[in-house]
Design a protein around this ligand. Structure first.
Ligand SMILES: NC(=O)c1ccc[n+]([C@@H]2O[C@H](COP(=O)([O-])OP(=O)(O)OC[C@H]3O[C@@H](n4cnc5c(N)ncnc54)[C@H](OP(=O)(O)O)[C@@H]3O)[C@@H](O)[C@H]2O)c1
Length: 256
């Protein structure tokens, strides 16, 4: 599908205040799309909006905690009021689990990771999907993780396995409707999320590689992309020889 009209597409990006979301906002603004950027940190959103579009006519920021259903409803209402029907939803907001040993943390840790990484994806999709179906025009792009293919960190991996299951199933459920669903599964990417947690076992490219993959999906939808592509080999090995994954996690993947 090519970019529609001179105005580009109307795209909501969650978690746009830093990392992959910010890099994606920069790339999509450059490509001429109309963007609604959502996150909790207002000062970062404001600075990004000013940078990308000083007139505020093509890019707006909406303060939104994706774990709060009222915030999600207000986000979609504001987006529609500004730019009309939402054409692309990028569910990117996410959190890592605080440590490997989530069972030593309070119940809030489990709630936070699942609410941010999973429940919010369902709720925001639920809010835009009926309109996309009615218009036979839409694309939901979920940011999963290679940790949604390789079982490396039980709480975080569980959340990203869930996002993968949701994305691939929803895509099938919507075949022929004019609404696409894609999953982007990043490996280690250099962002605030990976700045914590010690040394990583593999190289870390910047978030622009994910932004480029998303640009590619807007041109040509695919069910799932793993970025960088060398992680495809790891995912394949995990399926064929799970014992190799055991060794990898034991030797180098553990964060604490
Ligand atoms: N970096 C990696 O290696 C990597 C690998 C695989 C997958 N991913 C996934 O990529 C996505 C982006 O992560 P990142 O690496 O770019 O990390 P990041 O720089 O920490 O960005 C996370 C973003 O999520 C937003 N966010 C977190 N909780 C939120 C909430 N309750 N409501 C609204 N926004 C919230 C943050 O904004 P506020 O704090 O301003 O709300 C921030 O903009 C996540 O889904 C992550 O799981 C990252």
């Amino acid at each position: 599908m090519s970019i529609e009209g001179a105005g580009g597409r109307h795209i909501i990006i969650t978690g746009a205040s830093s990392g992959i979301g910010e890099a994606t906002a920069r790339a999509l603004a450059q490509a001429g799309h109309r963007l609604v950027l959502a996150a909790r940190r207002k000062e970062l959103l404001d600075a990004l909006v000013t940078d990308l579009n000083p007139s505020g006519k093509r890019v707006i920021g909406v303060v939104c905690d994706v774990t709060k259903p009222d915030d999600l409803a207000a986000l979609v209402t504001r987006a529609r009021a500004e730019f009309g029907a939402v054409q692309v939803l990028i569910n990117n907001a996410g959190v890592d689990s605080g440590g490997q040993k989530w069972w030593l943390e309070g119940a809030e840790e489990v709630e936070k990771v699942m609410a941010t990484n999973v429940t919010a994806v369902f709720h925001l999709t639920r809010l835009v999907l009926p309109e996309m179906l009615e218009n036979r025009n839409g694309h939901v792009i979920n940011i999963g993780s290679v940790a949604g293919r390789l079982a490396v960190s039980s709480l975080y991996s569980a959340s990203k396995f869930a996002v993968r299951g949701m994305s691939l199933s929803l895509r099938r459920e919507l075949l022929g409707t004019g609404v696409n669903v894609s999953l982007v599964a990043p490996g280690f990417i250099r962002t605030a999320m990976t700045a914590k947690g010690g040394k990583r076992p593999l190289p870390m490219p910047g978030p622009e590689v994910i932004a480029n993959a998303i640009l590619g999906l807007l041109e040509h939808s695919r069910p799932e992309v793993i970025v960088p592509s060398y992680y495809r080999l790891l995912c394949w090995l995990e399926t064929l020889i799970p014992a190799l994954g055991d060794a990898l996690v034991q030797r180098s993947w553990k964060k604490d």
